[in-house]
Write a new protein. Structure first.
Lengths: 717, 717
């Protein structure tokens, strides 16, 4: 590939992007697409109505870019939560570091690469791209110190930027905790592995245990029920309603049996009932009690009087059998992944190992079916297998389509299957929170993408040959050093095509747009608010951004031509993701900045990997000085990572006692504690899946309250 | 080597052992050796006097064996602590599992090995030992399922035994905690990384922090001083004493300024002094206050009112900067390794990495100087370098001595340097407790021994070639499969010589015996109680026992002839170590069974290693069935290990809240708390190094009390 071809390719891609971005700026103004492009606003309030027929609607405008650019970080924090801000910080960090790298590499490394070999150069447009890579530098060149210096500058500036980002994000995380003073999750812990007791229900066991060992701080608890049981419980509640009517219970005794079902407290309404000993009511009660016992899981949310007590209970080893009474900090109510709470705790370790193995296997054998399909599409074989195709395949256009297009379509389809697959693995793994599941999937997709895009492309060849590369550890640097510059051209076009195009797709939201058009024009549906709240797909976007960062670091000193294209990608990403966070995605739950440690680790890995490849290159080019200077750089980078791990990571894994105690004191002084306690009871309800504003159990209990006050209306329930 | 030679070697070793054991049974009866062989008893009470001239003293007797055999586990627990019991359990576990292995392998594997090759066998005494190893089985033999079956039986019985041992030892650990109700370490935590405050001393900062955030449970604290400063402080105390006399302070106000110095509480005696404003006294006070501020470390012991509060404070992340206010559970008073407490916490991570690197380097390059020395002892070179030796080296005996003996002496001397070296590394690492240091050294010595005895012997050759073996991961099993049976003979003789001899040496205590003889007959010293309290060297003995277990597992199905010799070793070890624990060693501190997880891990590693080697052997012998059955066994073993890690390990890393709360309640009900609080103040004193019964600061304060009550006697202090 020569420079002219690269520029042509860039031109085509720029054209596509400009067209799509303009199309977006028109489509977003159409009232019918509000649900697609303004999902977040729609979820909270009606978007303003636009005059249906004005010229402005059909003229492309850059207003969304201005809007995205002008939004401040505080607004983003309010709109998208801490995770969104952290994600944008990752993008901003990439912009900063690759600006530095671009300057250094353009003025220092690129000339050395270009003039590295003596001889006559062609005119620049027809010059091969290889002339700009390190391949062009002759062996034993005296100029390799420039590469080494560039490596030092890039590493040092990344280190500095990473350190200050980590520090700032840690601060933001603490500020976020302080700023959300009434978060119920701070008062709650999740207990799993409750021991089965023949005498009482799990509910009784929990109550007994915590009022024995944490008497001073224990407030209440709420059992978790087997999924699918909750709806049945609601039916039981309805039956119970009839029982109430039949026994005409005292109206002054506020009936709170639903709370008993959901929050696990044996309340006096039940007691009253059994004391009165009405045969009808009692038998129903006993039946329901027995059946609800069977439906309880060995898991419960336990609430404490202070935040500090909750964190203490979540961190101390409770029982002399570490598989029982396992305590964790509770996730936010909307963040709880209910189906996983019922998994017996003793299964978790084996599930984790199982899914780890499964994802590694998936990662390694992913290319096997793809290679198989690619092999099949060789026309001779295809014709042999499916003789009826012979007629069709005489057409030249179809031949080109099948041989040139089909394999990549299949590859893309396979790639689209990866995120759901990894999410499935993470769900099977047993994460208790949605954000935890996304984080776990994010790791898996990250490994998967880096492996498949990078290694598989570099070590092209059969699956077994790729693994052979890793069986001899010593030769890895030199093998990589040979392979990476070879593939630099591919990576540049990858950034151009896959990177830029992915942003345009993200902006256009093709799938929701298609669904919307389908429902409006085919199904003739008028309701455009249905199912419009997506949450930001961190598990696919974080790995994507990090992958491009990884490619950038790796190619920076070997093939610096990639850097301008990468910078354009990151600038676009910055604008597009800001726009999407402001307009499209709703943040129902968040992890509190847990994606930054992933980005930090990946960046350090990218740096070390770059250094190892550079080491290989320097030793191939026989520059002992450069090789000698690179080794301490690797050690320093690893030490830096270890320091950051020690200095900042604990804040992301634990809550800080100091902060929580201060919050507790504030609330006690202002007397808000009672209010918070009241909120706690209704915070965690297992039925929130369908609607996210009102808690069904609450609304149900309202209905029941009404039904008891007005017995006639109960038939409507 | 043939069978006859092996039996001869065994005979010689048995002879040596019998002679040494008899010698021991005589020597231990000599009154002069009481300090060598009854150090523990001597430390607590005088050993009974033996009639100096009776025949019994000079007749060998097996009474010590009987005594060692008959002692119950409870007595051992009382005498040697939990660590001793755990160590003996490791030996007993080895006896059990190798009894099973010996039975299986003798009746199942040995005949298959011996008759594995068709052909005429020689008479057994002149048969080569290789005829009993798996080398003798021909390729593609149908009888390899016996080896696979033996492997299954050994793995399953080890798994069962390991599981129940782990369960029992976990129970014993809990019982040990419950059984030591007044341990001061349960009430104390060690705080490091106290932030420097310009206004006040560290002492004030600690007091402020804990009375702010842990007001309900904070009792008091005690600063740690820079080592070397403590003696100076005592001088200051003496000066202060004079100040007291001069200002003639009120006698009713109990002077507790020593507590202020050692326990960090600003007490009223100081306040009184400054209020009275005697110029002389005040200036001294200010001087001392300033100088003691300078000498404080950023570390302190903080005491809490309950055990539960202490454990909570030790586990919660205290500060939003995780490098400040770092809390750990405090070690037992005698277990504290004072010199390390003053290391700034921020240095620790780099120290850990540094010592890890240093020990790996030490491990890898250990054989370089030895090989160098061995090369030097080739006579021609020696003569060339040192011409004056030419005359001496004409003597045949000296030539034999130099070439045959010198290298092994040097090797042994180098090996003797390993434990002190590793202890040094562990000290530099920054362990806060002596038992922690021993545990860390134990790991290092374990890796060192397995590496140097096993790998280096197996892959004989240059240092670089040994590393080459590890660079190709895939070929490791088959390489090991080739190398291990080759070296089986060496391992058998190693068990015979090094194993048995080490036990005899342990029993004889050559070095203390020599020191004792030297002091009695050369120095003519009469005091035989000096320096006689050794603590059990777990860091050398645990790795030794585990190494022999490792050799046993690895050779079990490949060369079953090793098993009887190994069994004898373990039986002897059981008796000898029991005897030593009862009579010789004093347990001043203990880790509470922390050596069992090391033994568990090593045993699982040995099992997996054995299985991998067996896998290699089976694939070399072309038995697909046996290979196929071995792979699931490896997976099951690893899963078993992971289960045990989940199920039992947390108990060894943390204290259990349930247990501590119960203990707290007991003490509160019986009203013993006040008494315990009083003990806490004097429990941790930085001067305990010289004597272990009385705390010097206590005795000093007694003296000072006396000096104040009786001013005249103060001149004697």
């Amino acid at each position: 590939m020569n420079v002219a071809a690269l520029l042509t390719s860039a031109g085509i891609n720029i054209g596509i992007c400009v067209v799509l971005f303009s199309l977006y700026s028109i489509l977003r103004k159409q009232p019918g697409n509000v649900s697609v492009y303004f999902g977040r606003r729609l979820a909270y309030r009606r978007a303003k109505c636009i005059d249906p027929f004005c010229l402005e609607r059909f003229v492309p405008s850059p207003s969304w870019i201005l809007k995205a650019w002008e939004t401040t970080e505080d607004e983003l924090l309010a709109v998208g939560g801490l995770d969104a801000v952290v994600f944008l910080r990752i993008v901003a960090f990439s912009i900063r570091i690759f600006s530095v790298a671009a300057v250094i590499c353009t003025f220092l490394v690129l000339p050395v690469n270009y003039y590295g070999h003596e001889g006559i150069h062609k005119e620049i447009p027809s010059e091969s791209l290889d002339a700009f890579t390190i391949k062009n530098v002759k062996e034993g060149s005296d100029w390799l110190w420039t590469h080494c210096l560039a490596l030092y500058i890039i590493t040092c500036s990344s280190g500095l930027l990473l350190y200050f980002e980590f520090k700032n994000i840690a601060k933001m995380r603490l500020a976020h905790i302080i700023g959300s003073p009434t978060s119920p999750s701070h008062f709650a812990i999740l207990v799993r592995g409750i021991p089965w007791c023949a005498k009482g229900s799990y509910c009784d066991t929990v109550k007994k245990f915590f009022s024995n060992y944490h008497a001073a701080s224990y407030l209440s608890h709420q059992m978790v029920y087997k999924s699918g049981t909750v709806h049945k419980l609601m039916n039981d509640a309805e039956k119970m309603c009839n029982v109430f009517k039949a026994t005409s219970v005292n109206q002054n005794c506020m009936p709170s049996f639903l709370r008993c079902g959901f929050c696990g407290e044996p309340t006096n309404s039940f007691r009253k009932l059994s004391d009165e000993d009405t045969v009808n009511g009692r038998s129903s009660y006993v039946d329901m009690h027995l059946s609800s016992r069977k439906k309880e899981c060995a898991a419960a949310f336990v609430f404490f009087k202070t935040r500090y007590a909750a964190i203490v209970a979540s961190q101390v080893l409770q029982s002399s059998n570490p598989m029982l009474w396992v305590t964790d900090l509770a996730p936010e109510p909307h963040d709880v992944y209910w189906p996983n709470l019922c998994i017996p705790y003793r299964q978790l370790w084996i599930r984790k190992i199982g899914t780890l193995m499964a994802s590694i296997a998936f990662m390694l054998v992913f290319l096997v079916p793809v290679t198989f399909v690619q092999g099949l599409t060789e026309l001779d074989k295809l014709q042999l297998r499916l003789p009826f195709l012979r007629g069709i395949l005489k057409n030249k256009f179809i031949i080109q389509l099948v041989t040139g297009y089909l394999p990549s379509v299949i590859l893309i389809l396979f790639l689209y299957a990866v995120p759901p697959m990894m999410m499935l693995f993470s769900a099977v793994e047993g994460c208790i929170s949605r954000s935890g599941r996304k984080k776990s999937a994010c790791y898996k997709i990250l490994y998967f993408t880096i492996w498949n895009v990078f290694y598989v492309n570099i070590f092209t060849g059969s699956f077994i040959r790729q693994l052979d590369v890793f069986s001899s550890v010593k030769e890895l640097p030199s093998q990589l050093a040979k392979a990476v510059p070879e593939q630099a051209t591919f990576f540049i076009t990858y950034v151009l095509s896959s990177g830029w195009a992915s942003l345009a797709c993200e902006l256009m939201q093709f799938f929701p747009l298609f669904c919307n058009l389908f429902s409006r024009f085919i199904l003739r549906s008028k309701d455009n608010s249905s199912d419009c709240t997506l949450s930001f797909p961190y598990h696919t976007e974080v790995p994507r951004v990090l992958l491009f960062g990884f490619l950038g670091f790796t190619c920076s000193i070997l093939a610096p031509l990639i850097l301008p294209f990468l910078l354009v990608y990151f600038f676009l990403a910055y604008l597009v993701y800001r726009n999407q966070i402001i307009n499209v995605y709703v943040s129902k739950y968040e992890s509190g900045g847990q994606f930054w440690p992933i980005a930090h680790k990946t960046t350090v890995f990218s740096l070390v990997f770059t250094q190892v490849v550079a080491l290989g290159v320097f030793s191939i080019k026989r520059s002992t000085a450069a090789t000698g200077f690179t080794i301490p750089l690797i050690i320093i980078t690893l030490l830096f990572h270890e320091y950051c791990r020690q200095r900042f990571l604990p804040i992301f894994n634990n809550h800080v006692a100091e902060v929580l105690i201060k919050l507790d004191r504030q609330d006690e002084e202002t007397g808000r504690m009672e209010e918070i306690y009241k909120q706690l009871h209704s915070a965690y309800c297992q039925l929130t899946i369908t609607s996210h504003d009102s808690c069904p159990s609450q609304s149900l209990s309202h209905q029941l309250d009404r039904s008891i006050q007005d017995p006639e209306s109960s038939r409507q329930v």
